[in-house]
Structures are given as structure tokens and as C-alpha cells.
Ligand binder design. Structure first.
Ligand code: WQD
Length: 340
């Protein structure tokens, strides 16, 4: 059975991907430093699949620990790399923390892959690399724009580091998956999004408002040049996203990749406005959401949604779950996690 390393495997997208890897028969080793996740997620994963992943608490910034890990697990066949800091606003305040945590760790990981016979590497990237794209929907050929934040810059730099390394390491093949907006939770509600502190992202703020943790949702601007004046995003169900990671990994393990470094947009291909997301939530939950329109948030792009044809054709992957499915599962998770 192929053994796969998932860094950040106790995080939101990481944990959902571990479940799908186990469902496909992979043996999973998780590295997580628990700085933005909880050890209980390990039980959540096990409760879904009946298989407990191997877990190593490890800070990837500690180079010697990374080297020791790969000596211990010399039979790793592939790596899916989620571990990174990902709060856009925080990255503006703490750029060095983001460059250290998101870039040095990637370099240490790639140095270990150099010694592997065959190394398949999946990189967690983001649609933020496009900034406000000139054309919609956004294809993988859209120009990578000046990053709007140090976080977005670490994704751009990360892709360049991997691309440059793949050019000189014949044993290394990599895919960067550029996520649009991951939302929702596994249908079991045994794993889900666990934002620490006040949620920055829309959907967890909606569910926390509905359950009473937050007083009211602020909608950041309704004066944008969009049909209802609020920003448009491509909200993709996290389970669809997780399944795409397994497909991308298999593409590399089975040497079906067209080049040693590929990028794919992962979205639904449909844009939804903030007000449409709120409407979807009210529809699936039967609850009226308390929100108010306030001023625009610095750095928000007006509209971003994916052209998914490359992933549809080359990966044979298409998002199957709807915005309502995502909101229903996010609400089920919020209700359950507040009970425990
Ligand atoms: C979505 C829309 C807000 C909160 C970010 C990162 C991106 C990725 C996903 C990591 C926007 C509006 C939000 C609120 C609101 N993260 N909003 N009130 O900014 O598209 O993407 O998260 O990879 O890299 O940039 O997602 O959920 O923060 O915002 O009105 O309380 O909801 O203005 O239009 P975003 P988001």
C-alpha cells in the first residue's frame, strides 16, 4: 500500500484529504505542528474511515527534525503539502512569520525529496495568485499578478521554487492546485473548519452568527460592479477539493502527468455573490441571518471564479457538490461542534 505524507493533515482541507486518501486505500502519515489545528481531528478522521493515520507532531521549520522524519519514513511515495500559515490579514502584519513558515518549510521538504527514488509532490496553492484577473472565468494561463498580500506572495514564490526544482530534479514531479474558496464539511460532521478566534472567512462567520457566537455578519460592501453589488467568489465544497487531491496524486504516481510541473484551478466554475451565499444558508438552515452592509474590506477582489476545463479534461475531475450542499454541511458541523 502506498504510504503518503500529508503535512498540515489535521487542518481543514488536509483532514478532508486524509479521509479521501484512506478511502482510496493509501496509508497516510500526518505531520502537523498543531499551531492552527487540534489533535481531536485525528479521532474525527478515524471515526469516518475506521483507520487511524500515523501522526507525527513536528514543526517543519526545524530542518533536523524534517531530515530525521524522512530517515524514519523512507518508504514515503508521495507528499501532499498543506502546512502553511494562511490568514491574509495577519500576513500583512507579520510578513516575516509568513515567509519563514511558508517558504523555509517548503525548501526543507523539497531537499528531502531530492533523495527519493521517485517523488510525487502536491502543493496547496491558491487563486490569490491571480489577484483581480482581467478575464473571467479564470484559466491557468491567466497572468500571475503582483500579490495582494505576503500570504498570496508565498503561494506565488512557492510555485516558482517547485517549478525551478522540478527542472533540475528528474525524480521530482509536482502539481500545484490553485483553490478558489473552500467551504463546507464532511457529511458526517465529524471533521470541519475550526477557525481560531474571529473567523476571517465568510462561511464560518455566517454559521457562527447563526448559532449565536457572533452578533451579526458584516457584509463588506454592496457597491461593487456586480449584479447585486457584493463580491463574487467560487465556493467549492471541501470534499470535492479533497477528492481532486487524490486524483492529482494518482496522476503523478502513475506517471500520467504531461510535464514535471503542472497547475490546476480547483473551483466549481460558478461565481456566487456574498448575498447569494447568505440566501443559500437561509434556505438550507431555515434561519434568518442577522447581517448588515458595511464598507468594503481592503484587498478584496471584485470577482473571481474558475475556468475548470483543464481539471475536467486532464484530471477527469469535476465538482459534484452544490453551494447548498456546502452550506448545509457547514451548518451541520457548526451545530455539532458547539454541542461537544
Ligand atoms: C469571501 C467574500 C468578503 C467575511 C480568502 C483568501 C484566500 C483563501 C480563501 C486561503 C469576500 C466577504 C467575508 C465577512 C464578508 N484562503 N466577507 N464578511 O477573501 O475570497 O479568500 O480565503 O487560501 O487565499 O484570500 O474569502 O471568505 O474571506 O471572503 O462580507 O465577515 O466574503 O468581502 O467578498 P476570500 P473570504
Amino acid at each position: 500500500m502506498n504510504k503518503i505524507l500529508v503535512t498540515g493533515g489535521l487542518g481543514f482541507i488536509g483532514s478532508h484529504t486524509v479521509v479521501e486518501l484512506q478511502n482510496e486505500g493509501f496509508e497516510v502519515v500526518i505531520i502537523d505542528d498543531l499551531s492552527n489545528s487540534s489533535i481531536q481531528v485525528l479521532d474525527g478522521i478515524t471515526s469516518i474511515t475506521g483507520k487511524k493515520p500515523i501522526f507525527e507532531k513536528l514543526d517543519l521549520k526545524e530542518k533536523s527534525k524534517v531530515e530525521a522524519f524522512f530517515k524514519k519514513y523512507s518508504d514515503i511515495k508521495g507528499v501532499i503539502h498543506f502546512a502553511a500559515s494562511k490568514a491574509v490579514g495577519e500576513s500583512v502584519q507579520e510578513p516575516l512569520l509568513y515567509y519563514e513558515n511558508n517558504i523555509s518549510t517548503l525548501v526543507y521538504l523539497l531537499k528531502e525529496l531530492k533523495n527519493m527514488q521517485e517523488a510525487s509532490f502536491i502543493f496547496s496553492s491558491s487563486c490569490t495568485v491571480y489577484g483581480q484577473a482581467d478575464e473571467l472565468p479564470i484559466t491557468e494561463n491567466a497572468p500571475v499578478k503582483m500579490a495582494e498580500s505576503p500570504y498570496g506572495n508565498t503561494k506565488q514564490i512557492g510555485e516558482e521554487i517547485i517549478s525551478d526544482t522540478c527542472k533540475v530534479l528528474p525524480n521530482l514531479k509536482a502539481i500545484a492546485l490553485r483553490y478558489f474558496n473552500p467551504v463546507g464539511s464532511h457529511e458526517s460532521a465529524n471533521i470541519g473548519e475550526l477557525p481560531i478566534g474571529v473567523p476571517q472567512n465568510l462561511v464560518p462567520f455566517i454559521t457562527q452568527t447563526a448559532i449565536g457566537i457572533r452578533e451579526q455578519l458584516s457584509v463588506f460592501g454592496d457597491d461593487y460592479p456586480t449584479p447585486d453589488g457584493t463580491c463574487i467568489r467560487d465556493y467549492i465544497h471541501v470534499v470535492d477539493l479533497a477528492k481532486a487531491h487524490v486524483i492529482a496524486l494518482k496522476r503523478l504516481l502513475e506517471n500520467k502527468n504531461k510535464s514535471n510541473f503542472e497547475t490546476f484551478n480547483l473551483g466549481t466554475g460558478t461565481g456566487s455573490s456574498v448575498l447569494e451565499v447568505i440566501k443559500s444558508f437561509e434556505h438550507v438552515s431555515g434561519k434568518k441571518l442577522n447581517y448588515k452592509i458595511v464598507g468594503r474590506r481592503e484587498g478584496d477582489v471584485i470577482s473571481a471564479y474558475a475556468d475548470t476545463s483543464k481539471a475536467n479534461i486532464d484530471l477527469g475531475w469535476k465538482a459534484a457538490l452544490s453551494l447548498d450542499d456546502a452550506m448545509r454541511s457547514a451548518w451541520k458541523w457548526e451545530q455539532k461542534v458547539r454541542k461537544n
